[in-house]
Design a protein around this ligand. Structure first.
Ligand code: NAP
Length: 289
């Protein structure tokens, strides 16, 4: 039996968001193009003439970043692992606001899928100017309890997935571009049960320092954003309202961060005024750390 992940699907306006099954794909990949029906070659991006890929943008920080970059004029490639309907909804929202976007289902832990994600952006929008390696998962547990499966999957998605994305970005991103990955302020807090997750985030801080230097002379800035506690399922799932409120109380602003707070910082780094910030980890946590 053919499963959805065996297929490459193009969904276009007026034909149902997942209407056309077009081809068997060598690697799991679903592609949703909600505009430009019939385009056989790259169509010019809307707005600022640039294109952005945001991994893990079906919800949370990634979805807010996709919407925010679209408002800045980027044609955006939205990505999900499982939640295709959410990814399609982000694309629909961007289009309704006059922007351009496609969605691509691709597991960032799979290098071939990430390569196809970049292929899709290049094919649809003519190139890649911004890559945000945002996709991530969090499994918490004491060292005595955390399973091999939870540990391995976190490293596969957060560390290897980000590496896969940064490697494609290093090969393909256009001069003057931006590469951003998601670290975490938890790297500074040394909190019980967060150690293995925090280590995958610390990897991002190391990645950006090296990559910024490797891309010298091309005007490409590479940075990590380290949010604190942000109101998304990654943070709130499995916590009681009291636990969530306790974290909010630890920030001087007495609230959780919202995905838009982080998207605003990412957009600032992607702007011309963000060019001089390079090879850094930027802590955006409302004062938590
Ligand atoms: N929320 C926080 O408090 C916080 C704090 C610091 C850092 N961060 C970092 O910020 C990033 C975004 O987190 P979030 O809070 O927005 O999480 P979220 O709401 O749980 O969203 C995670 C996103 O990543 C996608 N994803 C998960 N595994 C994937 C994979 N293997 N391949 C492709 N996409 C995948 C999900 O897609 P599906 O919908 O298809 O599953 C979803 O779009 C993460 O890297 C996280 O470590 C978050």
């Amino acid at each position: 039996m053919k499963t959805p992940s065996d297929e490459t699907t193009l969904s276009r306006k007026g034909q149902g968001r997942r209407g056309l099954v077009t081809a068997m794909a060598a690697a799991p990949l679903m592609l949703g193009v909600a505009s430009s029906f019939g385009a056989t070659s790259a169509t010019p991006p809307a707005g600022n003439g640039k294109a952005a890929i945001v991994t893990g943008s079906s919800r949370g920080i990634g979805a807010a970043t996709a919407r925010r970059l679209a408002r800045e004029g980027y044609a955006v490639t939205v990505n999900c692992e499982k939640n295709r309907e959410l990814a399609a909804a982000v694309v629909a929202e961007i289009e309704a606001a006059g922007g351009k976007a496609i969605w691509v289902q691709a597991d960032v832990s799979d290098p071939k899928a990430v390569s196809r994600l970049f292929d899709a952006c290049e094919k649809e929008f003519g190139g890649v100017d911004v890559a945000v390696a945002n996709a991530g998962i969090m499994h918490l547990g004491a060292f005595s309890e955390l399973s091999d499966q939870a540990f391995d999957r976190m490293w596969a998605v957060n560390a290897k997935g980000s590496f896969n994305t940064l490697r494609e970005a290093a090969r393909r991103i256009r001069d003057g571009g931006r590469i951003i990955c998601l670290s975490s302020s938890i790297t500074q807090l040394r909190t019980a049960t967060y150690g293995p997750y925090a280590a995958t985030k610390m990897a991002q801080d190391m990645f950006v320092g090296s990559l910024a230097k490797e891309l010298e002379g091309r005007g490409i800035s590479v940075n990590a954003i380290a949010p604190g506690v942000v109101n998304t399922p990654l943070f709130t799932d499995g916590k009681t309202p009291q636990q969530i409120a306790a974290f909010a109380q630890r920030t001087p602003h007495k609230r959780l961060g919202e995905p838009a707070d982080i998207a605003d910082v990412i957009a600032a780094l992607c702007s011309d005024k963000g060019a001089w910030v390079n090879g850094q980890t930027i802590f955006a946590n409302g004062g938590l750390v």
